[in-house]
Design a protein around this ligand. Structure first.
Ligand SMILES: Nc1ncnc2c1ncn2[C@@H]1O[C@H](COP(=O)(O)OP(=O)(O)O)[C@@H](O)[C@H]1O
Ligand SMILES: [Mg+2]
Length: 270
């Protein structure tokens, strides 16, 4: 990564250094092996290895997340999946474009197209016309196997809750920059929420979402639309690079707490 080692890697190094855990950083920091005694644990990307494989897969897939949340009765923004036509007609069928156009025409405010497996706000397009839809679909399909379409919603507030086993460790509001999207990479600023109604409502919804997909350590984005909170997405990798610039101790404490579970459980199991 340009500009030095990620905060995530630094936090793991700090945690391990003070606990006699050996750290081996490979693949430019993307893969980290943590070893103590006879056991080795891995961190990969922004994933510290606490979540089950199925929880991780559901979270990583925006359409699966929305389906599971709907099944569980947790309010969320719908995300309808369209597979890349390059996978072939047998897999995708011929009517995908008509179905997309149906969604466009059913949502006069427009629809949002983005890769099913998110990429920090990249390739997220708001479209209101057929020409824009075709162009956006072309761009997303040029780099993704799956595309999701959601109704465009006017987001009044977007909040991220970082949960560890049902406890909200960090809850912040994303103050949008010049862009309509709330990604921190696109210039949004994290502002921590103090105790109060908004924090409680967001934490409660995030916990319901985490329980629905069975995830332990996650960052969950919720949005307020027409005064009501709904889940937008769940990330099973917990990225706190931007937050660490403002609140480094909180970020370290959050990763420490999660890593304590990784290594604490190891002691119980063996
Ligand atoms: N349906 C939508 N309506 C309005 N804004 C949206 C919608 N979907 C996404 N956004 C905005 O775009 C940003 C990125 O979308 P998101 O689903 O979080 O994808 P990514 O995984 O790329 O971050 C969100 O933070 C939100 O502000
Ligand atoms: Mg996002």
């Amino acid at each position: 990564m340009a500009g030095g080692e990620r905060i995530f890697v630094q936090a793991i190094r700090r945690y391990c250094a003070s606990r006699d855990i050996a750290v081996d950083v490979r693949a430019g920091g993307w893969l980290i092996a943590m070893s103590r005694g006879g056991t080795r644990r891995f961190a990969f990307g922004y994933d510290i290895g606490l979540n089950s494989a199925i929880a991780h897969r559901l979270a990583n897939d925006k359409s699966a997340t929305a389906e599971v949340l709907a099944l569980a009765g947790v309010p969320c923004i719908p995300h309808r999946l369209f597979l890349n036509p390059k996978l072939g007609r047998d897999v995708v069928g011929a009517a995908w474009r008509e179905a997309m156009l149906g969604l466009l025409h059913g949502n006069p405010e427009g629809v949002v197209l983005k890769p099913n497996e998110g990429t920090s706000g990249r390739s997220v397009f708001k479209v209101t016309t057929e020409a824009e839809l075709d162009q956006a679909a072309g761009e997303v399909f040029s780099m993704s196997t799956g595309l999701v379409v959601s109704p465009y919603v006017a987001i009044e507030d977007e909040v991220r809750a970082i949960l560890l086993d049902d406890v909200p460790l960090v809850v912040y509001s994303k103050q949008r920059g010049p862009d309509w999207r709330h990604n921190l990479d696109a210039g949004a600023r994290p502002v921590l929420l103090g105790d109060g109604e908004v924090r409680d409502a967001c934490a409660k919804l995030a916990i319901a979402a985490a329980n629905a997909i069975g995830i332990r350590f996650a960052s969950i984005d919720v949005v307020r639309v027409d005064g009501a909170w709904r889940v937008l997405e769940i990330n099973s990798g917990v990225m706190m690079e931007a937050l660490a610039k403002l609140h480094p101790d909180l970020v370290q404490a959050t990763y420490d707490a999660a890593l304590d579970r990784v290594f604490g459980e190891e002691r119980r199991e063996h």
